[in-house]
Design a binder for this molecule. Structure first.
Ligand SMILES: Nc1ncnc2c1ncn2[C@@H]1O[C@H](COP(=O)(O)OP(=O)(O)O)[C@@H](O)[C@H]1O
Ligand SMILES: [Mg+2]
Length: 392
């Protein structure tokens, strides 16, 4: 696309005024624009075009499928497989004959990152992944139940309520009048979030009742458009409100298998979404045990838990889960390390720390290592039980 090509170019970036860039973004299909941008970034990281399958000998007896997505998040899985010499093959779930492609791939498990730039693609992933996991019995990494929660604040909220996990009070409405009645009785500030968003693009801090009423009318009218979002994808017919939780930091502990990695995001303005400072930090044992318990409740083995600490250090200290993300973003500057760079594990009941950098490719290397271990265990138990192999 000529326009987006210009905007992506160095010259375009420098010359186009901000108002022109945002006017063009609201006129063009933004999902495609972002996708092109993501492809460029992925190819830069990989040092060239993304190879559709591994072109090296692998010491492992498995070939793993990598499901492609329009945000090119899957490039992390490709890099991890290449670095670890794991045989892989790319599979596109969006095509008509996807079942055939899956069968022909010869892969025994799949690394997955659903497309979220456009809601229709997200629905496609939800539908086809379920068939892949539950009807065709392939192991998915992250698992189907982990992926189900990804990038959906409504699903996360219901999961947290259903599993009695402490979180900021969240109310979801599908009825305009019910939403307006809630708004009239609410305390302010109040937070409103679209179901999908990232980098706080769909998070709005509402200072008073007027702002909240406007938001509710918009949600049940033409729909709420997150900032930096595709104009075809207004989020309509539903609204999510959340109690405002004052905080200076948001903690993120990522669990992959039995490894826990801890980072802390500092608030800039209203949001601690990572655009400000984000650094390695030392979690308390209570935090690690909390994340272990939350993830155990869902049998999650690939999950980032974002949480706020209420009354930090005090006798009434409390952790409130803000987000559950089975796929996390990469660390842009890997050299930005400190004495807390490393991973935690529970060892004979005690939390122990191993220094080192284990966050490669947005934790994809840890995920692939976990998948290899699980596949090897499954294969040996299947072989001993009935001589069959995993997968179809
Ligand atoms: N209930 C809340 N109260 C106060 N600030 C919040 C609340 N929820 C989110 N925020 C702020 O907004 C940021 C982005 O919100 P989040 O729910 O994490 O959405 P995103 O998916 O965009 O990361 C958070 O990092 C946090 O700083
Ligand atoms: Mg967040």
């Amino acid at each position: 696309m000529v326009t987006s090509g210009f905007l992506h170019s160095e010259l375009g970036r420098r010359l186009a005024p901000r108002w022109l860039k945002s006017a063009i973004k609201s006129a063009i299909p933004y999902a495609e624009f972002r996708s092109e941008q993501a492809l460029r970034d992925a190819e830069k990281l990989l040092g060239g075009p993304i190879s559709p399958q591994s072109d090296y000998a692998s010491p492992y007896p498995f070939s793993i499928g990598i499901i492609t997505d329009t945000s090119y998040y899957f490039a992390h899985h490709v890099r991890a497989c290449r670095e670890m010499r794991v045989a892989y093959r790319l599979v596109d779930l969006s095509v008509d004959n996807w079942v055939e492609l899956v069968r022909e791939s010869g892969c025994c498990a799949f690394l997955v990152s659903p497309s979220t730039l456009l809601s229709i693609l997200r629905h496609m992933f939800d539908e086809r992944l379920r068939v892949l996991a539950e009807n065709m019995n392939y192991p998915l990494y992250p698992s189907y139940s982990e992926l189900w929660l990804w990038e959906s604040k409504r699903r996360m909220r219901d999961w947290l309520v259903a599993h009695d996990v402490p979180h900021p009070r969240t109310d979801v409405f599908y009825d305009r009048e019910e939403a307006l009645a809630f708004v009239d009785a609410a305390d302010y500030p109040l937070v409103c979030k679209t179901d999908t968003s990232a980098a706080a693009n769909g998070v709005f801090v509402l200072r008073d009742r007027r702002a909240a009423r406007r938001m509710a009318r918009e949600a049940f009218g033409r729909g709420i458009l997150p900032r930096q979002w595709d104009h075809r994808d207004r989020q309509r017919g539903n609204i999510l409100f959340q109690a405002f939780v004052p905080h200076d930091h948001e903690w993120r502990i990522v669990r992959i298998g039995d490894d826990y990695l801890c980072r802390r995001k500092a608030r800039v303005g209203d949001f601690a979404s990572g655009s400000g400072g984000i650094e390695w930090a030392k979690p308390t044992e209570e935090m690690l045990s909390f994340v272990e318990e939350v993830t155990d409740r869902g049998s999650f083995t690939s999950m980032g838990v974002d949480f706020f600490v209420v009354s930090p250090g005090g006798p009434r200290e409390m952790f409130l889960v803000n987000e559950l993300q089975c796929l996390v973003g990469e660390i842009v500057n890997e050299q930005n390390r400190n004495e807390h760079t490393g991973k935690w594990r529970r060892d004979n009941g005690n939390w122990t720390f191993e220094p080192g950098f284990f966050y490669q490719n947005a934790c994809a290397n840890l995920r692939v290592a976990f998948a290899l271990g699980e596949l090897a265990r499954n294969q040996s138990s299947n072989t001993t039980q009935n001589g069959e192999e995993v997968g179809e």
